[in-house]
Design a protein around this ligand. Sequence first.
Ligand code: ZN
Length: 323
Amino acid sequence: MKAFLGAALRSRDVPHAILLTGEDTESFLAIARAFGAALLCEDPQEGEDGVPCACGVCASCMKIAAGDHPDFIEAQHEKPGSFGVDDVRRLRQDVRIKPYSGDFKIYLLPDAEKLTAQAQNALLKTLEEPPDYAVLILAAKDDAGFLPTVLSRCVRLPGRPMPEEELKEFLMKSGAAEAEAELLAGLSGGSPGRAMAMAADETFFPFVRQSVRLFDGLANTGIRAIADFLKESVTEERQQYFVELLRMWCRDALAAKRAGAAASLIFGEEIHNISTSAALSFGALAAVDEATLLALRRLRAKGNADLILELMLLRVREAMREG
Ligand SMILES: [Zn+2]
């Protein structure tokens, strides 16, 4: 994604339609904004590998930062759940107006996976005969809902998850402590945007601590307390993280079993009672791991999440009780 956009910036040979796909929408929008800013900047600077980047201080850059550049338009959709044909019509009318200054007029369409089939057909007309200056950047979670006719007119740039080590370094440079960075890198599935959102959420780390404590004491926890914890602390958007946390807990226990005090752990001793979990047998930890994998598969298949998590914890409790 970055290599392609960098080459387009160097040559100023920019495709009329670009489709960015992947889960990490926040990062894609940041990339698309940086790309647009560099393309429109009045005094582009030389960045990494000779790729031009926005100066950040010219009139154009200031307008983009303030969100009111007439040639950099973030398309809106009226209904939150769908990007409809009326939204696209508004955009098409605007495309006909020449750029205010410079060679390009850039449209960013976030949530492009919400474009209805009708809206896509309307958009197709612009994609088929775009004015020279028009650049449409569509950012979507995936390309499953797109018409083949639309896909064939877009340069498709799928995002790849950032490797965990690289993401951890990036987060540490952004100010996260090492243990925090490691945790966020592991939980975010290689998505810097998601990791940054978790870091900014002040309830996230308390949730992590409470979850780890629950896992530590699970052998002696009653079914009512388990159900209450799930109901109160594990909100819908945290269900998958909750399972990932249990996988990390299990990883720590295995590391401590193998390397003892020398093990490098994800959760610090102040939250993870590692001597208890490391005392579990390899068989028990394998059963925990298996239960988490099963839960992830079931969550992906959109089963009843409360039930899936409760069954997972009961299976883990059983394994811990057996030792
Ligand atoms: Zn500038």
